[in-house]
Design a protein around this ligand. Structure first.
Ligand code: ATP
Ligand code: MG
Length: 428
């Protein structure tokens, strides 16, 4: 798990396994005034989904925060799942003590024992008295707790401005929360709060990363995959289903549209202009996806294109390909280096699947030298003169199979209500 960077640098222990509770903080969307309520509810729904496999854990919500009381469920495992919820900026493992001075001090001592800060670590206690009937004020508590702790740990150095270790105490009626570590969350916007887009999902490394990046910005995505049976195998199809399943861990549920592309693709092979095939194929994909987008109420198309990566991703190719749709074409990876994309795909868990060697329809009939500078007028002319071209695109749309994928492995028929919208809101 990725822990606080300072913690790693200091080489000290983590408080995670000592935690009774996880405190989740919301990300940047908290700035967005009137949408805030809706956004927080969406994060809650998503958190609830992630916590489902841990039945003893209990959720509660407060302004700008969610608390997950563990009741014996594994803190580390849960934190790892929850840090992937879009809209969560950070997570702190929290020790809960009774709001009695002696209990707070004992728990703080134990906290330090577990963290075992090395000699020379700079330190401060930061108490906040939320419950005004507690007999000691915040500033007084800083002293009352830090003095005995410093006596027990002579290696600690006080630094009230920017300490490496800040022990936070929130004194509330009934219980006091003690915490210091912060685990970085993925941040971004809660899922689906910025609309819906269709994502072109191939079996490669890039497009699953594009999907994750889009979801992180609050876009709901529906995946569209083109296959050319019998030229592409059942294994290639399964690979895409498996990739969508990894993505569903972040989305809760995800739709995958499988488009039969053989007829469209083979119609390009007889025209004697092999160097234009990729351009024609990509435009056909966009046209079909645009129709699916209209049907599904999506307002954009996302691809895994990255500038200059291959012939179809030169600026000139992007220009000619992009004109096949009137929808905004989003390319979240367009300015990223391949190494950065690979790193992200490893982090989100799609890399190992992506590198499996099954063929994609785009690797079939690939010309030796695809054009890097297609001419729009020539392409449009070819498309206009292809017999029955439009009907073939229609057939591909009608032949599209849609499956709904969840992290739990069951492919459900599309008419099932997605888990997210089916959830009740009265959990608290
Ligand atoms: P790689 O990691 O090998 O680059 P890729 O998936 O990015 O894999 P490209 O040939 O670079 O493959 O394709 C560019 C984009 O076109 C993809 O990111 C994807 O969005 C879309 N695409 C390509 N092939 C398909 C396909 N068979 N079905 C759906 N979308 C596809
Ligand atoms: Mg690519």
């Amino acid at each position: 798990m990725r822990e606080n960077r300072t913690e790693a640098a200091e080489g000290r222990g983590s408080s995670i396994e000592y935690a009774d509770m996880l405190l989740l903080r919301f990300g940047e969307f908290t700035l967005k005034g009137k949408n805030r309520n809706r956004f927080e509810k969406t994060v809650l729904r998503h958190v609830k989904e992630m916590v489902k496999p841990y039945p003893k854990a209990v959720l509660s919500k407060e302004f700008g925060r969610i608390y997950v009381t563990l009741n014996g469920e594994p803190a580390g495992e849960l934190a790892e799942a929850l840090r992937n919820v879009f809209g969560i900026a950070s997570i702190s493992p929290v020790k809960v003590s009774r709001s009695e001075f002696d209990d707070i001090l004992a728990a703080s001592r134990r906290f330090l024992e577990i963290i075992a800060p090395p000699q020379g670590t700079t330190f401060k206690v930061n108490a906040r008295r939320v419950w005004k009937d507690f007999p000691h004020g915040s500033i007084e508590m800083n002293k009352l707790i830090s003095t005995p702790l410093l006596q027990g740990y002579p290696g600690l150095l006080v630094d009230v401005k920017s300490p490496e270790l800040e022990l936070k105490l929130e004194i509330r009626e009934g219980s006091t929360y003690i915490f210091c570590d912060q685990i970085e969350g993925v941040g971004g916007f809660p899922l689906g709060t910025n609309g819906k887009a269709m994502l072109l999902l191939s079996g490669g490394i890039d497009s699953p990363v594009a999907a994750w990046s889009s979801m992180r910005r609050g876009l709901e995505v529906e995946c569209v995959h083109f296959y050319s049976y019998p030229y592409t195998s059942e294994l290639a199809r399964q690979k895409v289903v498996d990739l969508a399943r990894v993505l569903s861990r972040y989305a809760g549920v995800i739709k995958l549209h499988l488009v039969p592309f053989t007829e469209v693709q083979t119609s390009f092979t007889g025209i004697g202009q092999d160097n234009l095939i990729i351009t024609l194929m990509r435009r056909a994909m966009l046209r079909i996806t645009t129709r699916l987008a209209e049907r599904e109420g999506a307002l954009a198309v996302v691809t895994g294109d990255s500038l200059g990566q291959v012939a179809s991703q030169t600026l000139s190719s992007m220009n000619v390909i992009g004109r096949a749709t009137a929808l905004p074409l989003l390319r979240p990876l367009v300015m990223m280096d391949k190494s950065e994309i690979v790193e992200l795909s490893q982090r989100i868990g799609t890399y190992d699947l992506s590198i499996l060697p099954y063929e994609d329809c785009c690797t079939l009939f690939v010309p030796k030298s695809p054009t890097t500078n297609p001419n729009l007028r020539i392409i449009e002319k070819i498309e206009a003169t292809l017999p029955g071209y439009s009907a073939r695109l229609d057939e591909a749309v009608t032949g599209t199979e849609t499956i709904t994928i969840t992290p739990y492995g069951d492919e459900k028929p599309q008419d099932l209500v997605p888990a997210q919208s089916g959830l009740q809101e009265e959990w608290f």
